[in-house]
Design a protein around this ligand. Structure first.
Ligand code: ADP
Ligand code: MG
Length: 358
């Protein structure tokens, strides 16, 4: 297992003149499950390809532990990569597909048999050795791709959107499988996805990327609860982002009448009186106000339900809390609320995050 350090990596593609990776700095710890998360085109695949050695950076360095691998050939790096489309050989059986990497490394037949059997057991494909890829389901093909990567005992596992060709249910199942296998082997893993839910559920830590840059690194909880900017915040779920005017003393007005208390999203940021700010409130952090004792650390606002969508255990309500100010809320369905009803809402102040407006 290995620690990976990316130092000021830069990669521009000649043809398109696109800066795909722009001064990227990251440290991935030994045995960590680390995810690169970001929209399509933000440079995730390029970053993985640089780590694997399929691309050479224009600037910057890549270290595996103390070893500078920046200019090493892919096969000298001890990494294995799993691609979105699996890239299995259709004319080879499961066994042959998995054994291939060992064959080219001139491993003995006996050792190949032992290791392929072991790894097929690990990915739960025992008994499928003689099948061809087209005789397997999408999930099983994904397991073969994973087995093929793991059989060479890489010190670093790279996974590029490995689940995006699977249907929703299988995706969740395979997500748990990948996590289980990673835990069992304790292998340093870098995972790429554009799916925020997948990233949060599978990762020890993740990096949110946009336009070749890393915007924030942290545990799933850190980036979800303490996003550093609106882009990162908006990447997770469907938050309310409300324009407001800063009134001083951590108070912001949403319109002429409605004032709420805010928390600063970033330490050290200051707002001037009268400055336009943006407030982030996640629908799931808004709770119906039940007129028990008044709790000072909550904002309490009143509004009218203007839209309701039933989603099973939860109902999504759009509530007008001020002149043209709306809050989307996600409230358990057992609260009987209908369009036209007046509702009281409480919002924890520490979940009322204020950002600069620009
Ligand atoms: P992601 O995996 O996050 O979708 P990529 O790393 O594939 O992003 O791409 C980053 C940027 O580099 C995109 O703008 C993409 O169009 C461009 N790009 C990727 N590969 C090439 C290539 N081989 N030649 C030219 N431009 C490329
Ligand atoms: Mg990609």
């Amino acid at each position: 297992m290995v620690k990976v350090e990316l130092k000021e990596l830069k990669k521009t593609y000649e043809k398109s003149k696109v800066i795909a990776v722009d001064n990227l700095n990251l440290t991935i710890n030994e045995g960590e499950f680390f995810t690169l998360l970001g929209p399509s085109g933000c440079g995730k695949t390029t970053t993985l390809r640089l780590i694997a050695g399929f691309e050479i950076p224009d600037e910057g360095k890549i270290f595996f532990g103390d070893e500078d691998v920046t200019y090493k050939k892919p096969y000298e790096r001890g990494t294995a990569m799993v691609f979105q489309n699996y890239a299995l050989w259709p004319h080879m059986t499961v066994f042959e597909n998995v054994a291939y990497g060992l064959k080219v490394r001139k491993v003995s037949k006996e050792e190949i048999n032992k290791r392929v059997t072991e790894v097929l057991e690990l990915v739960k494909l025992k008994g499928m050795e003689k099948r061809y890829p087209n005789q397997l389901s999408g999930g099983q093909q994904q397991r073969v791709a994973l087995a093929r990567a793991l059989v060479i005992k890489p010190r670093l596992l790279l996974l590029d959107e490995p689940l995006s060709n699977l249907d929703a249910k299988l995706r969740v199942e395979m997500r748990e499988e990948i996590k289980r296998i990673q835990r069992e082997l304790k292998i340093t893993t870098i995972y790429v996805t554009h799916d925020q839910e997948e990233a949060m559920s599978i990762s020890d830590r993740l990096a949110v990327m946009n336009a070749g840059k890393v915007l924030q690194v942290g545990t799933p909880e850190e980036v979800y609860f303490s996003p550093k900017n609106i882009f990162v915040a908006s990447f997770f779920g469907k938050p309310n982002i409300i324009e407001a005017i800063y009134e001083g003393d951590d108070i912001a007005s949403l319109d002429k009448g409605t004032k709420i208390k805010i928390s600063k999203a970033e330490e050290g940021v200051t707002f001037a009186k009268g400055e336009r700010i943006r407030i982030l409130i996640r629908p799931e952090h808004i709770i119906p106000y039940e007129r028990k004792e008044k709790i000072s650390e909550f904002n309490i606002v009143k509004g009218k339900v203007v839209f309701k969508m039933f989603t099973g255990t939860m109902q999504e309500l759009k509530v007008e809390i001020g002149e043209n100010v709306f809050l989307y809320t996600l409230i358990p369905s057992d609260y009987k609320l209908e369009v036209g009803d007046t509702v009281g809402l409480q919002i924890p102040v520490e979940r009322t995050l204020a950002f600069k407006a620009d």
